[in-house]
Every structure is written in structure tokens, then in C-alpha cells.
Write a protein that binds this ligand. Structure first.
Ligand code: BG6
Length: 509
């Protein structure tokens, strides 16, 4: 039997240590990519700019074609050009755009229009013949989940899901349902039409370089793993704070809220990466297996009235500008109970993590934008003879954004007479060490084109995450609405009380 790659940290795209630094991941197979909802917000702000950035870096496959499918195809090229100018990471180069625009095709139609799907199929075949391509297609559903099943059915009717030759992949965006039951229905609709190995669920946090660095830090270095357990870790705090509100997003956000929008997916994925065991191999199967174990052992710590909090922003300032309360935002009903802030406490029922609380919070319109994971180590077991040392807790901080980097807080002697200890931090900023990292969507699109599913959550991960969150959503449904907090601050007071009950405090925003 062939042994699975047990060599030090063999990653699907290289070897950590040798290849962590830049791996161009050139896609070599010719592909046609179809984006459903090409004129939508996500396509304009993220997907097309990322595809442009890949083109700019020469990373698109040979004979690449991009087919947009949408109801409204007026002026699409002009709209996308402006989107690229506004949102791409790399500078706008008219020559690169011209080359990409030449590869750009449109099919107009609605998602339930079988004739339009027949036209799409004909266009894809024609491109295959014209360029001598083998029929590899990516279908990117940049559309509301309510339309997923309709599009999948149409792909099946036209036979576009079947690959007598070439391969077919489908990409879907969160939210993957609004609870466990609906996510299972959604999953079944996709799996009726595509095999699980062809379904790529995007959680853009997994495409962030700093998120991938969690595993590098933990497993490519010898010094952290021996401490990475309940004997040495006191607690973990995960914070995703945003200074922006949800202006203009009522259609999506009302009735969704922070727990469903970012905690069920992005932040529980971070929990999984922080807590998982070292995978047998650094590939899609190896990493998914370990993440699934963690998520299946993750549970809310209660009682929920004391270990969770939810809030909704009131009026206040956003980046120095006065902003309305959520209840006064266009599209939100005045009585909306949607939370723009959520905090909760989870535990992981394994030998490694028993007794270590993970405090998670996320909110909009907070004092500043920051996403970080802070791992706080237990202080020395005995009192220290060094004056003031007891006040210092070692904290390892993964700063995901902005200023992505890693910090270790330690105590150091203040210069001068006596032995006075002061907390100081040792820091590393990725931007100052490495070339600018690709955007998450560049990484993820590139991986879909290459067929590398390592950074895409599987249906089991999605379902276990809903199993964690569902009881909290049910609890909130039985309670009064969220606590209103002033915009531009750190969230509702009820969130502070969670940590006070544990004798801890949130890190300052
Ligand atoms: C999205 C959420 O998934 O992530 C948004 O739907 C949120 O509400 C966004 O603003 C944050 O992403 P990032 O990469 O800016 O942290």
C-alpha cells in the first residue's frame, strides 16, 4: 500500500518550508468558466477583479473563456471594466483588459429559461471547437441560494452537468442555508446534479493567506504544538469586527444576521483550523477529515442567556460620518430583530481542548475593522518572585486583517532599578516579509480551475457548523430582540458580561 504523504507538511501545492513562499500555481488545463449573475454585487466587486488579477499575473489557463449568464446584459463590458478599475488588486492595464474582454461572452436569459441554457450549451461547445478545448467547464453560481436548485435543474436538463469528455465543476457561495434543515435541502439539490467531488463551496476566509498561515505556524514549527492544549491554553478569543454597517444590503442581511452571516461559516472555520489535529496529509481529504472531527466535537457552552449576546447597531458614527441606526436603514423594518453583533462561547469536547472556552464575537459598525484570533496561555502555575509578573499573560495573536501578521505578547523587564515587568509584543507583519498576497478570491478561483478542493468546506463541515449554531438561533428566537449598541463602539454591554462571568475580558478593539 502506498503511504500517504507523511513527509514534513506536504501541501497539495508544494512543501511548507520550501514552497510556502509564492507558488504561482499555473493552471494548465484549458477551461471555460460560466458566471451566473455576472452583473451582481459579488461578481463586480470580487470575482471579475480577481479574474483580472489572475490575468494580470499570467495565471489564467491557456484558451480561457469567461461566459456571463444574466437576465440583464446591457453594457456589461463597460460595467465590468469600471468594476475592475475600482476593485482589482493590481493596476489597471488596458492591454490585459482588452485580452480578457476578447475572451468574454454573454448569454442572456433567466435562470428558469431552458432555451437560454440551450444557447449556453451551444456557445460552450462552439468555444471548445473553435479553440480545440476538451470541454472543461466551471459553473459559478454568484446568485441567491434560492435560485441554486433552478440553475442546477437547468444544467441537468441541458446535460451540461454530465461530462462525457472534459470535467464539470460547480461553485456555490454562502450562505449554505439558514439552518441545518435548509442546508441539507440545498446540499441535496446540488448533489442530485453534481457528484460531491465536483462541488466547491466558497468560504472566502479560507482563501486568505493569513488564515492558511494558521496551519503553517502550528505545524511547520516545533515550538507551538507541545503547548497547544488545555494544560497550557487558558482560552481563545476570535474577533471579527467591522466598522461598516449593512447599508444597501437589507435584501440579503435582514433576517440573516451576524451568526448566520459570518459565525456559522468564517469563524467556525477558524475554530476548526486552530483546534484541529495535524492532518495525515496536507490535501483536501486530510484537512477535511480533521476539521470535521473538531466541528463535530464543538458545542455551545451554556447557559445561553449568560454565554451569548446579540446586538443591533443604533445611530452613531462610521469613519467619522454620522450614520443611522439599523432600524432606520433603507429596507430594514423598524421592528427588525436582525442582529448586527453576535457573541457566543463554544467548547470542544476532546481530550486536547476540554475546559478551554473559545469566545467568538463579530459585529458591524464597531470601533474599527479588525479580525484576529488571540490564544491566551495560562500564567505560570506558581507565583513568580518577579514583581508584577503575575499581571502578564502570554498571548499569541493571529492578526488576519488589517496589517496581517503574528504577535506574541510576553513580559519583559522595564529598564531601570528593580524588577518591573511590562507586557511587550514580538511582532511579524506579513507585508514586510513577503510580496503582496493574492486576494482570497484569486486563490480560490485558481484552485477551482486546478481542481484543488483543499480550501473549500465540505457538506459535513457546513452541517456540523449549523448543528453548533442552530440551538443559539432557537434560543434567540424565544428571547426579546437584540440589545441596541451605539455605532462606533465595541458592541453591547451584554457581550462584556459573558467574559466577566468567566473572569476574563475581551481584548480591546
Ligand atoms: C462576508 C459577509 O462573507 O464577509 C459580510 O457576508 C462581511 O457581511 C464580509 O462584511 C467580510 O469579509 P472580509 O474579507 O472583509 O473580512
Amino acid at each position: 500500500m502506498r503511504k500517504r504523504g507523511r513527509d514534513p507538511l506536504v501541501v497539495s501545492s508544494g512543501v511548507v518550508g520550501e514552497a510556502l513562499i509564492g507558488n504561482p500555481d499555473q493552471v494548465t488545463e484549458p477551461v471555460s468558466m460560466v458566471i451566473f449573475g455576472i452583473t451582481g454585487d459579488l461578481a463586480r466587486k470580487k470575482l471579475i477583479p480577481a479574474i483580472y488579477d489572475l490575468a494580470h499575473g499570467g495565471q489564467l489557463p491557456p484558451n480561457f473563456d469567461l461566459v456571463g449568464f444574466d437576465r440583464d446584459c446591457t453594457d456589461v463590458e463597460t460595467r465590468l471594466r469600471s468594476a475592475v478599475i475600482a476593485h482589482s488588486r493590481t493596476p489597471f492595464d488596458p492591454a490585459v483588459w482588452a485580452e480578457l474582454a476578447e475572451r468574454f461572452h454573454l448569454v442572456q436569459g433567466s435562470f428558469d429559461d431552458t432555451a437560454a441554457f440551450a444557447r449556453l450549451s451551444a456557445r460552450l461547445s462552439e468555444l471548445d471547437v473553435r479553440r480545440g478545448k476538451p470541454g472543461n467547464y466551471v459553473f459559478y453560481l454568484s446568485i441567491p441560494p434560492s435560485a441554486f436548485a433552478t440553475v442546477c435543474d437547468q444544467l441537468a436538463i441541458t446535460g451540461l452537468n454530465r461530462n462525457a469528455y472534459g470535467w464539470r465543476r460547480i461553485v456555490v457561495e454562502k450562505p449554505f442555508g439558514h439552518d441545518l434543515a435548509s442546508s441539507q435541502i440545498l446540499g441535496a439539490a446540488l448533489e442530485r446534479v453534481f457528484p460531491p467531488s465536483s462541488i466547491y463551496r466558497i468560504d472566502h476566509y479560507l482563501g486568505k493567506e493569513t488564515v492558511q498561515n494558521i496551519l503553517a505556524l502550528r505545524f511547520a514549527n516545533g515550538m507551538f504544538e507541545p503547548l497547544w492544549n488545555n494544560r497550557h491554553i487558558d482560552h481563545v478569543q476570535i474577533t471579527m469586527a467591522e466598522s461598516v454597517g449593512v447599508t444597501g444590503r437589507a435584501g440579503y442581511y435582514d433576517g440573516v444576521g451576524a451568526a448566520r452571516d459570518v459565525i456559522q461559516n468564517h469563524l467556525l472555520q477558524l475554530v476548526a483550523l486552530i483546534a484541529m489535529e495535524e492532518p495525515v496529509a496536507f490535501d483536501a481529504d486530510g484537512i477535511a477529515a480533521e476539521k470535521i472531527k473538531v466541528l463535530s466535537a464543538t458545542e455551545l457552552l451554556g447557559p445561553l442567556s449568560e454565554t451569548s449576546a446579540r446586538g443591533q447597531y443604533g445611530a452613531g458614527m462610521e469613519n467619522g460620518v454620522p450614520m443611522p441606526a439599523l432600524a432606520d436603514e433603507a429596507g430594514f423594518p423598524a421592528e427588525s430583530a436582525t442582529e448586527t453583533f453576535a457573541a457566543l462561547t463554544v467548547g470542544i469536547a476532546t481530550r486536547r481542548w476540554a475546559g478551554v472556552p473559545f469566545f467568538i464575537r463579530s459585529g458591524k459598525r464597531l470601533a474599527r475593522r479588525t479580525t484576529e484570533i488571540a490564544v491566551t496561555f495560562t500564567p505560570p502555575a506558581h507565583g513568580s518572585p518577579v514583581a508584577g509578573a503575575a499581571a502578564v499573560s502570554n498571548v499569541l495573536v493571529f492578526r488576519l486583517q488589517p496589517d496581517d501578521g503574528i504577535e506574541l505578547h510576553i513580559g519583559a523587564k522595564r529598564p531601570g532599578g528593580g524588577m518591573h515587568i511590562q507586557p511587550v509584543s514580538l511582532g511579524m507583519n506579513f507585508q514586510s516579509v513577503f510580496d503582496p498576497a493574492p486576494e482570497a478570491y484569486e486563490r480560490l478561483i485558481c484552485d477551482v480551475l486546478r481542481g484543488d478542493a483543499t480550501l473549500f468546506p465540505r457538506s459535513e463541515e457546513v452541517e456540523w457548523s449549523w448543528r453548533v449554531i442552530d440551538p443559539l438561533l432557537e434560543h434567540w428566537a424565544r428571547c426579546n430582540g437584540p440589545d441596541v449598541y451605539p455605532s462606533g463602539k465595541s458592541g453591547p454591554e451584554s457581550a462584556n458580561q459573558i467574559l466577566s462571568r468567566f473572569g476574563r475580558a475581551w481584548r480591546a478593539l
